[in-house]
Ligand binder design. Structure first.
Ligand SMILES: Cc1cc2nc3c(=O)[nH]c(=O)nc-3n(C[C@H](O)[C@H](O)[C@H](O)COP(=O)(O)OP(=O)(O)OC[C@H]3O[C@@H](n4cnc5c(N)ncnc54)[C@H](O)[C@@H]3O)c2cc1C
Length: 486
């Protein structure tokens, strides 16, 4: 361990020596840098753009802030059915943007240069690249360290669709700052980002058409994805599935997307185009070859220990590690790094099941295997136990009865779960907790769930698994009645 970062002003570039170099101040890099600094290590953190990375500036935070504004518009439209008349909502786009950017500004100090310098981290706001396997350089620095973390994240993948490069389009980096609310937004891509933006803009008053070449929310449980996509359609979002975009053309305010669906051609016309067809790892200008760091299309090649397969000094965390694209995954990666590097624990990236949530209304949440993945892995060697929201008293009271909790069970173990419905992202946490701590399905029956909460659906789904064994098939109704008694 070096006692202090050594700085030599004598050379053209500052020569720095530290215990840890982190490239990228997003979710993964910031967590790793903060952890190491708290252990008293010397840390150098490079960031070429905004502190906080994608999640804070162009991802999770603005998207959830936009969705919350859109929820108010939806509530106003729905309120009459609750006996409250509030009239048609009017969107003040400048006001919505002020809310979105206010959320970013409120969180930003936690990720700021000032906070990290306060923790003792040397923050260098420059593009970093490898000069050799143990050296990282930027315009003004030349740094070496025992460990180097690459946490450079991902960016919107722009597919090679004819005409796209010559047509005005936006990605997640511009969508939250558009000068005007789009009249008709075309969204390329029906994944979580595409659908979240589709619902938010539609609720705020835009016409929205989603063009998806396969199935929307393809990684989610198929039945649950269909419930969420159906809800979007009922609200008026046009979701075209199995429509491959084959040509894009147009000018500002006048865009057309030609699609191919099972051999027939369609044209979608709109005023704005959002490209949200996936993400690509950011490795531009990192000179990974100079660092002897192998990589492929998905990102830096790392083992389950998150260490580079070719340079043991180098680790990769977050989106650039090619193991999934979530802020909570990047945070977990930073934790795996700290456990291995400083506590000598044998932690691995795959140690814990990874939850994912799509924050449309109704939310879609998943942890572990989907039913289809379980079928691929175990054939018929598993069971599914489900419980619908329309039998949950809280959902009934709030008039939000679209949804279901589904547990995937094998030999008493929960191997996966999916929840669709209001609050699904919060409900799934309990299953993630049980799975992460080796608790079987029985554990989900063995606690007092406060009444009336939506999370009761999990207890009911878990209990339903035991119903035939305890009461035989006819006992189903009896169990239902007993479970209403707290
Ligand atoms: C619209 C949208 C919504 C999302 N919503 C959610 C959500 O609700 N929940 C969730 O869990 N995830 C969400 N995500 C994903 C989440 O934002 C990412 O998984 C997360 O930001 C990844 O963190 P990271 O540290 O790997 O990378 P990033 O946060 O992207 O940070 C990487 C940083 O590295 C910097 N950098 C890159 N190259 C260099 C270099 N050579 N030198 C110096 N600096 C460099 C970049 O400027 C960037 O700041 C969303 C993403 C998008 C786009």
């Amino acid at each position: 361990m070096t006692s202090k970062t050594e700085v030599s002003d004598a050379m053209a570039k500052r020569t720095l020596k530290a215990d840890l170099i982190v490239i990228g101040a997003g979710s993964g890099g910031l967590s790793a840098a903060a952890g190491a600094a708290m252990f008293g290590l010397n840390v150098i953190l490079y960031e070429k753009a905004e502190m906080g990375g994608d999640c804070l500036n162009y991802g999770c935070v603005p998207s959830k802030a936009l969705l919350s504004a859109a929820k108010y518009a939806a509530s106003a439209r729905e309120s009459a059915k609750f006996g409250v008349t509030s009239g048609d909502p009017v969107t003040d786009w400048e006001g919505v943007k002020a809310h979105v950017h206010g959320a970013i500004e409120t969180i930003a100090p936690v990720d700021s240069v000032e906070r990290f310098e306060g923790l003792g981290v040397t923050v260098i706001q420059e593009h970093a690249r490898f000069a050799d396997p143990k050296t990282v350089v930027s315009d003004t620095t030349h740094a070496t360290a025992r460990r180097i973390i690459v946490a450079t994240g991902s960016t919107a993948f722009v597919p090679p669709i004819p005409g796209l490069e010559d047509t005005p389009y936006v990605t997640n980096e511009q969508i939250f700052s558009l000068p005007k609310l789009p009249e008709h937004l075309i969204v390329l891509g029906g994944g979580p980002i595409g659908l979240e933006m589709a619902q938010a803009f539609h609720r705020l008053g835009a016409k929205v058409t989603v063009v998806e070449m396969g199935r929307a929310l393809a990684n989610a449980d198929a039945e649950h994805a269909a419930i969420a996509v159906g809800a979007l359609r009922e609200e008026g979002v046009v979701v075209l599935e199995r429509h491959k975009a084959v040509k894009v053309a147009g000018t500002d305010g006048n865009i057309s997307v030609e699609t191919d669906s099972d051999g027939s051609s369609h044209t979608v016309s709109g005023t704005h185009l959002l490209v949200a067809v996936g993400r690509r790892a950011v490795m531009d200008g990192l000179d990974l070859e100079a660092g002897n760091v192998e990589y492929d299309r998905r990102g830096v090649q790392v083992s389950d220990k998150l260490r580079s397969v070719s340079n043991p000094r180098v680790w990769a965390l977050g989106d650039v590690a090619g193991k999934g694209q979530f802020t909570h995954l990047a945070g977990w990666h930073a934790s795996v790094f700290a456990r291995r590097a400083y506590f000598k624990q044998n932690s691995k990236a795959s140690d814990l099941p990874l939850p994912s949530v799509t924050y449309v209304s109704p939310e879609v949440a998943q942890v572990g295997l989907t039913e289809a993945e379980a079928r691929d892995a175990y054939g018929d060697g598993f069971s599914v136990s489900a419980f619908p929201f329309h039998e949950n008293d809280r959902a009934i009271a709030e008039g939000k009865t679209k949804g279901e909790a589904k547990l995937i069970i094998r030999k008493g173990k929960i191997i996966g779960a999916s929840v669709v419905g209001d609050g699904a992202g919060d409900i799934i946490q309990l299953v993630g907790f049980a799975m992460s701590n080796g608790q079987g399905v029985q554990a989900l029956t063995n606690f007092i769930s406060p009444y009336p909460t939506r999370t009761e659906v999990l207890k009911r789904a878990a209990s339903a698994h035991f119903t035939p064994k305890v009461f035989g098939k006819s006992g189903k109704r009896l169990v239902g009645l007993l479970q209403r008694i707290p």
